[in-house]
Ligand binder design. Structure first.
Ligand code: RFL
Ligand code: PHB
Length: 389
């Protein structure tokens, strides 16, 4: 098979890239390790920056988001009896949209199918060859047979555990990582959200987050130990712990119910430099991971896709390779800012197992500064709604 851009990974990054390229007359093929149902069953991000919403619209996949997405004009940070309400419009001319990653992926798959996009599911043994040449190719197994795709470019959109990143030789690649000593236990329940806004709560018992998907679907998280297991948490135990951590007023009106999904996510900050090697370009979780505290993972993946797709269009339409050559530099500049913000929010809101009394005082001083400083709130608002591309 031959295509212009071979995309490894059919998650949100790969699908969005493929769709934007198709809109610009550029052919691509996606290779996905899992089945479509498996990709669509993953419950992940919920908060979309306007930049991502605009890209979805540009890709022709924004109609349902516009109809069903919930615009959030602010967020709440809670510290026991102190609540800091941040209204984005007081600081920045933007807001965010609450719309699940599952729905984003579904919309992208629908558009991909409607546009006769090419995708192969359940591929195995994907290998990238000759990425430093002008004629790279990929070999893989599908339906029991060995296959090959020749292409002009390869987009590595295969997430943190994919093969693309490790194709960059270890003497070229530098990886920066911080693993946090806790995870997030999340549940989805068919109950009305406890508040109109998201509540990020820090408490002596650890962090908690009240989020949502729609008027009758709530998403809640609590900080848990790194080695904790979902089996250790009955629904009752989860609700009890959540109530201990969120503002009292919210705890009193919290509607509980059976969980329809429960999972634990580890928390990690990770960046791979460079994000390109010859004609291989990394996008999204393949190149970087953020802890979910700032809601930046999917949004940062989208900003990579934005830079890469525009650079590819410039190459195919004008024969101009300059933006492709600068892709890693351009993408990383924004990636590191999202890393900084996610790390800062995580450090501010969680209890660390080895936290000293001094560390706790530092957190408290930071919170007090945030509560009383419009400038500090403005920094938070600007980062939360998303820095410009
Ligand atoms: P994905 O979604 O991991 O997709 C990669 C795809 O590649 C496939 N794959 C392969 N295919 C072929 N060959 C191989 N060798 C392959 N290896 C892997 C995989 O099957 C998969 O389908 O990466 P992508 O597309 O870059 O998207 C990134 C986002 O999924 C991720 O950043 C976000 O979910 C992070 N995230 C959040 N981001 C936000 O912007 N806002 C949020 O509110 C937010 N909340 C979250 C989150 C992530 C969470 N977890 C579970 C880590 C909340 C949580 C709990
Ligand atoms: C979510 O709704 O899943 C969510 C929202 C905000 C975050 C992380 C996750 O910061």
């Amino acid at each position: 098979m031959k295509t212009q851009v071979a995309i490894i990974g059919g998650g949100p990054s790969g699908l969005l890239l493929s769709q934007l390229l198709r809109k610009n007359g550029i052919d691509s093929v996606i290779l996905e390790r899992q089945t479509k149902d498996h990709v669509l069953s993953r419950i992940r991000a919920g908060v979309l920056e306007r930049g991502l919403a605009a890209l979805l619209k540009e890709a022709g996949c924004g109609a349902r988001l516009e109809r069903e997405g919930f615009i959030h004009k602010g967020t709440v940070l809670s510290f026991e009896d102190t609540q800091i309400g941040i209204t984005f419009a007081d600081h920045v001319d933007a807001d965010v949209v609450v719309y699940g990653q599952t729905e984003v992926t579904r919309d992208l798959y629908e558009a991909h199918t409607a546009g006769n996009g090419k995708i192969e599911f359940k591929v195995k043994d994907v290998e990238i060859h000759d990425a430093k040449s002008e004629t790279p190719y990929i070999t893989y197994m599908a339906e029991g047979s060995a296959r090959r795709i020749d292409c002009d470019f390869i987009a590595g959109c295969d997430g943190f555990h994919g093969v693309s990143r490790n194709t960059i030789p270890s003497n070229v690649r530098e990886e920066f990582e911080k693993v946090y000593p806790f995870g997030w236990l999340g549940i989805l329940s068919e109950t009305p959200p406890v508040d109109d806004e998201l509540i990020y709560a820090s408490s002596p018992h650890g962090f908690a987050l009240c989020s949502m998907r729609n008027a009758n679907l709530s998403r809640y998280y609590i900080q848990c130990d790194s080695d904790d297991k979902v089996e250790n948490w009955s629904d009752d135990a989860f609700w009890k712990e959540l109530k201990r951590r969120i503002p009292q007023e919210a705890a009193q009106k919290l509607v509980t119910g059976p969980s329809i999904e429960k999972s634990i996510a580890p928390l990690r900050s990770f960046v791979c430099e460079p994000m390109q090697w010859g004609r291989l370009f990394l996008c999204g979780d393949a190149a970087h991971i953020v802890p979910p505290t700032g809601a930046k993972g999917l949004n940062t993946a989208a900003s990579d896709v934005n830079y890469l797709y525009r650079a590819l269009v410039q190459f195919y339409n004008k024969g101009d390779e300059s933006s492709l050559k600068k892709y890693s530099e351009t993408a990383l500049a924004r990636v590191w800012k999202a890393e900084r913000f996610s790390w800062w929010m995580t450090s501010l809101l969680h209890r660390f197992p080895d936290q000293s009394p001094f560390d706790l005082k530092m957190q408290q001083a930071e919170i007090e500064f945030l509560r009383t400083s419009t400038a500090a709130q403005s920094v938070l608002a600007q980062n939360y709604v998303g820095l410009p591309y």
